[in-house]
Design a protein. Sequence first.
Length: 219
Amino acid sequence: MRPELVLFDMDGLIFDSERLFMEALGEVMAEQGYTLTKKVYVETLGTAGENLARIMHSHYGEGYDVQKTGHVARERMDQKVAAGCQGLPIKKGILELLVYLVEQDIPCMVASSTKSCYVERYLQEAGIDWYFNKGVIGGEMVQHSKPDPEIFLLACEKAGVEPEHVLVLEDSENGIRAAHAGRIPVICIPDLRQPSQEVAEMAEAILSDGLAVIDYLQK
């Protein structure tokens, strides 16, 4: 079925930013005496707020300052990206997918656990903000982060489209679970890890990149 709205996650889906942020976060945490592993980081993908705090405190204790450490890591990542003068790298096929959706007159929106101020800046710096004509929903705009469906349902509400007529594009298990919980069709484009079999069964398809999404929609 032709979607009436496509919701994009950002980190790891639009931009190849998860690796950059994981590296920056690992550096900041090491300076504080903590060790970040890829396994722990993957658990946090797509989360924010209480869910993120719960995961990090379970591994590093209640004394770990989730908000401050994350903020410092985000600033450090931004400094590294700025030093390269190229902005965040866009994932394979995303530009072509955005062009295709515009040509098909299918509106787009970002629903990301990252704060909207960062999302809007990254999109502007990459020159792709205008593709997302239905706007941005950031993590600070909801009370419950993924895997709760609140952020996707809020996006549907603001766009005026029923969830069953929306398509979500996600890279993380938490994002897939959130879309599934909201009864919204979801396609997974894996980034740092492949979804488990249980989570993969919640998705309409597991595809390699944005170009594969175009092929899927054409079929």
